[in-house]
Write a protein that binds this ligand. Structure first.
Ligand code: AMP
Ligand code: ZN
Length: 487
């Protein structure tokens, strides 16, 4: 079996995954900003990293998965010098800022549970790590790579770029980046066009602020992730992830801060998920085109024709590779819903499939194909195609068109368990395996009785049994080898 390779945004190529201290793996993912509900686009990113976390666990790695909660500051960008978003929302909803944080953090956790994602190992908050952020800023100032003006602290990008490479993550030269930014005016405090805030001075109306060596204020947009990843995963760790929209600014600045602080490149593998779009436009909080998972489940959004179960939505997302764009559409969702149902029916069928003494299928190869797909940069799209191959075999065996041994059936069950349930994190919402095993036994009994009834030439009763089962959604098919059934 080939080793796990992943596409590293930093080097722009696929690389074999080699953890610094195997079997331990450090994984950091930029978490949600909890001043509003997460939309479906945010969920796509968190579901993708849940998949990556699950697969690393499946391979036997001991993963420390850190996903932060941004509960302070978070200006929209480096040009944004406005109010703290939490304080704004607190005023609007007439709540304490920390009530806003609590409300939307709980909402986020509920949605993640609905999508059957695993909780991270550590979920640190920005407000719980103000001291660490201040310490880091102090050290960057000591290194002469940041400067203070009027209670604000800025990172000096041009000075940093003389020692390191500021555009390394996006593969762009400083000159190109400078060309793309606004020329400074006399109003600007910062020295360089690309300089960004590490610490922002509190205004009289600012609600959330903390004391610091530069006066009262709050941290800039990016420093929390540098401080918290270093604290929990060390100065250099294995994987850092987030959505592609974070690459050019947030992650570029995170690298700069961490490298300025400890002279080391902080992350070995940078992984970025592509965006969920609606009619080709990125779903985003600021554009207001994002719909909430709850609206999708209930079907109460103008863009939706009906509601969809969380697992059908998750399956829809996982059918596309995490690095490919995914456009939302009712048709695609409906197709995914049907596909997911068929896949789950296959699992139920497996529970009552009768083994043959010989086999016509190569299930070991099928399992290897599943691993090959996942080892190729977590390619769920190809994995799911192989799972449908498994489904085809199961249905053919049920229709007695192919033969499977008990070993084949057991291996197919373990493929479902490993890939569908453990790695993709899907759940059989309609029927669990105990119920399906019980149903299988009851159906064996009914088929035996019906065979006896037919042998006794009581066709009226045998047809009645068939029709009643049909009314209950169970179809019986009489074949030369005996009767088969499916839901
Ligand atoms: P935010 O709460 O806006 O900071 O975003 C939380 C996470 O969701 C980040 O990793 C973003 O990159 C990601 N994200 C935001 N919008 C989308 C989208 N439309 N599709 C996929 N991921 C997104
Ligand atoms: Zn971050």
């Amino acid at each position: 079996m080939q080793p796990l390779v992943l596409y590293n945004t930093l080097t722009r190529k696929k690389e074999e995954f080699k953890p610094i201290n195997s079997p331990f793996v450090g994984l950091y993912v930029c978490g949600p900003t909890v001043y509003s509900d997460v939309h479906l686009g945010n969920c796509r990113t968190f579901i993708s990293f849940d998949l990556i976390y699950r697969y690393l666990l499946h391979l036997g790695y001991k993963v420390r998965y850190v996903r932060n909660i941004t509960d302070a500051g978070h200006l929209e960008g480096d040009q944004d010098e406005g109010d703290d978003k939490f304080a704004k929302k607190a005023k609007l909803e007439k709540l304490e800022p920390m009530e806003i944080v609590q409300k939307y953090s709980l909402g986020f956790h509920n949605i993640m549970r609905e999508f059957n994602t695993l909780p991270p190992s550590i979920e640190p908050t920005a407000t719980g790590h103000i001291c660490e952020q201040i310490e880091m800023i102090k050290e960057i100032i000591n290194k002469n790579l940041a400067y203070e003006i009027n209670g604000n602290v800025y990172f000096d990008v041009e000075k940093y770029n003389k020692l390191f490479n500021y555009g390394q993550l996006t593969n762009r030269k400083l000159e190109e980046l400078l060309d793309g930014t606004r020329v400074l005016t006399g109003q600007d405090e910062k020295r360089g066009r690309l300089d960004f805030a590490l610490w922002i001075k509190a205004k009289p109306e600012t609600i959330m602020h903390w004391p610091s060596p530069w006066g009262s204020g709050f941290p800039g947009w990016h420093i929390e992730c540098s401080a918290m990843s270093k604290k929990y995963l060390g100065e250099t760790f294995d994987i850092h992830g987030g959505g592609m929209d974070l690459q050019a600014t947030h992650h570029t600045n995170e690298i700069a801060q961490s490298q300025a602080y400890c002279n080391k490149n902080p992350v070995n593998y940078w992984l970025h998920t592509n965006m969920l779009t609606v009619n080709g436009a990125t779903m985003s909080k600021s554009k207001g085109n994002g719909f909430l998972p709850g609206e999708l489940f209930a079907g109460n959004h103008p863009l939706l024709e009906k509601g969809y179960a969380p697992m059908a939505v998750k399956f829809f997302m996982l059918q596309t590779h995490y690095r490919s764009p995914l456009d939302f559409s009712n048709d695609a969702l409906q197709a995914s819903e049907k596909g997911f149902e068929r896949l789950m029916e296959g699992y139920n069928t497996l529970n009552y499939l009768k083994a043959d003494s010989i086999s016509n299928e190569n299930i070991i190869e099928l399992q290897l194909n599943c691993y090959a797909a996942m080892n190729d940069d977590f390619n769920t799209s190809v994995l799911i195609a192989h799972l449908f191959d498994a489904l085809k075999i199961i249905n053919s065996a049920n229709d007695k068109k192919t033969k499977l041994t008990q070993d084949d059936i057991d291996l197919l069950k373990s493929i479902y368990q490993n890939f569908v349930f453990d790695v993709l994190g899907l759940k059989n919402e309609k029927i669990d395996s105990k119920t399906s095993q019980a149903l299988s036994k009851v159906m064996d009994l009914i088929i035996d009785i019906r065979t006896k009834v037919k042998t006794d030439k009581n066709f009226e009763l045998s047809d009645k049994i068939r029709d009643k089962l049909n009314d209950a959604g169970i179809q019986i098919k009489d074949t030369k080898e005996g009767a088969t059934w499916k839901i």
